[in-house]
Ligand binder design. Structure first.
Ligand SMILES: *Cc1c(COP(=O)(O)O)cnc(C)c1O
Length: 341
């Protein structure tokens, strides 16, 4: 098989239809066999639970071509575990981890021609998701569900270097205490759209959400966790029950401790402290780390010493080490890399 004739470097973060996707249906209390299909269209009841009451959860992970030409995924077992937690919170059926991992392997293998080559900066983004497919009008969980997984090649997140972004402290809240902030549900994104459009219209790249209860602590952005670096080189990342447990953030914490010998504090982070940090970054699968140069709180600017031209030195090291592990240039901790045979 040959790779597709795609200009990998100029791809954006958008949807490109690939050849095969995985589909599995839950009916009468059980999952069917599941398997790959070609049809990219979903046909469900006009009254499906997902359409009426947003009963849906998703995941996001990537496949990479390593320096020595292998095709790998990065910690997909953690995506399986997180989808399990999201499904339980949304009263959806759970999927065995083995089934999830097998679907990842099959989708990547079937779309191997779309896995961007090493060095292109592009990757294959994999989107697993589950939704209530049977009709629901009285408020209750659906009886039938569909699990799907497709893949789409995405371009290098930073074209021409990672330029630090400017974010604003949002006037909106992302997650309520005891709410759903810790799960990866479409519901958390639907309600963030107005906040992000508002931020963009005001000239900001992203929102910094504070904790809804006290509005004194840093939570996360709409789709990425925060990581800060203190002036004496410690890594600090917010700990909260209402943020999404980012796999990238958890991996960066490990890399900071075990590869770079840094001290890491996972604890509540007060907004008051932000002005004293040396570096700030946003962590997620899409970009690994996006550097933040400036935080604006209702006209009051906090400018990090790392500036608006490039990533701070510690952020840069974290970025290079984790992407090195993902691309096979640096030896990975046991169990982090799943090779697609
Ligand atoms: C997916 C997501 C992240 C990033 O998680 P990763 O596992 O690192 O991709 C962070 N915050 C929110 C709200 C998310 O949905």
């Amino acid at each position: 098989m040959e790779k597709k004739n795609i200009d990998w470097g100029s791809l954006g973060f958008g949807y490109v239809k690939t050849d095969k996707r995985y589909v599995m249906n839950f009916k009468n209390g059980a999952w069917d066999e599941g398997g790959l299909i070609e049809d990219d269209m979903v046909t469900i009841s006009e009254c499906a639970g997902v359409l009426q009451y947003a009963q849906t959860a998703f995941e996001g992970l990537k496949a990479y071509t390593t320096e020595d030409g292998r095709t790998v995924t990065f910690r997909p077992d953690l995506n399986a575990e997180r989808l399990d937690q999201s499904c339980r919170r949304l009263e959806m059926p759970v999927l065995p981890e083995g089934t999830f991992l097998k679907a990842v392997d099959e989708v990547v293998k079937a779309n191997w021609a779309y896995v961007p080559p090493y060095g292109s900066g592009a990757t294959l983004y994999i989107r697993p998701y589950m939704f209530g497919s049977s009709p629901v009008i009285g408020v209750k969980p659906a009886e039938e569900y569909q699990f799907r997984m497709f893949a789409t090649p995405v371009g290098p997140y930073f074209k021409g270097g990672a330029k630090p972004i400017t974010i604003k402290v949002s006037d909106f809240d992302r997650a309520a205490p005891k709410g759903t902030g810790h799960i990866k549900g479409g519901l958390n994104y639907a309600m963030s759209l107005h906040a992000i459009v508002t931020a963009h219209n005001e000239g900001f790249d992203e929102n910094m959400y504070l904790d809804a209860a006290t509005r004194t602590k840093v939570e996360e952005t709409g789709g990425a966790n925060f990581l800060f670096v203190t002036k004496d080189g410690k890594v600090v990342t917010p700990q909260s029950d209402t943020i999404l447990p980012s796999i990238t953030r958890r991996s960066l914490v490990y890399v900071a401790q075990h590869y770079l010998g840094l001290t890491v504090e996972e604890r509540p982070v007060y907004f008051e402290e932000v002005k004293d940090f040396a570096e700030c970054g946003l962590c997620g699968t899409a970009a690994v780390i996006s550097p933040v140069g400036k935080v604006v709180d209702h006209g009051k600017e906090i400018c990090f010493p790392s500036g608006m031209e490039k990533m701070g030195p510690v952020t840069q090291k974290l970025y290079e080490t984790l992407t090195g592990i993902q691309m096979g240039r640096i030896e990975a901790p046991e169990g982090w890399i799943r090779e697609i045979q």
